[in-house]
Design a protein around this ligand. Sequence first.
Ligand code: PRP
Length: 200
Amino acid sequence: MYLAISKGRILEESLKLLERLNIKCEESPMDSRKLIFRTNDKNIKIIIVRASDVPTYVESGKVDMGIVGKDTLLEKNSNDLLRLKDLEIAKCRLVIAGKKGVSLVSNMKIATKYPTITQKYFQSQGLPCTILKLYGSIELAAVLGMTDAVVDLVETGNTLKENGLSELKIIENISSYLVVNKTSYRFNKEYIDKFISKIS
Ligand code: PRP
């Protein structure tokens, strides 16, 4: 079976979690350009993809399982996947942040990697807004006054602090989930259930 994990913070914590289950990659994905890694468990091969692509691979059925942040699941509306377990790793929060004292009002311009979640949240608050989609260093948009605020992930809070921004509102607490392709689960239920029971 293939297990998709995204690069970055989720990868590091996922590899630690797998090690606790005695699953180790034959070569470290942290220092290799390979995309597929065999492990000491002949049933599991790890593939490394971009966070936002994890649901696409697992939904396709070419990849059986994935470890993916709740932020990505909410943004992609991935309802075709089984969310089998909150792994409680890579914890962070999705927040609205901006310069101190900014209040949330109608018609704000918001920079984010998460247009769907942002649109939904502001709509639920009865505050129409305009969204500027960016792909990284989101905070910069608020620092330069390109937008009124940003919606982004906060873990330690250091990025906000070092750039003179404050958290204005928490939208969602985030952690990473084990997601499984529905057909794959039907065919590999015994193995996957055992895998999950070892995590808990
Ligand atoms: C993420 C996020 C914030 C930062 C928050 O960015 O988008 O910028 O981490 O972490 P902190 O609260 O611990 O400082 P990432 O490093 O993934 O890079 P990006 O800006 O390219 O999204």
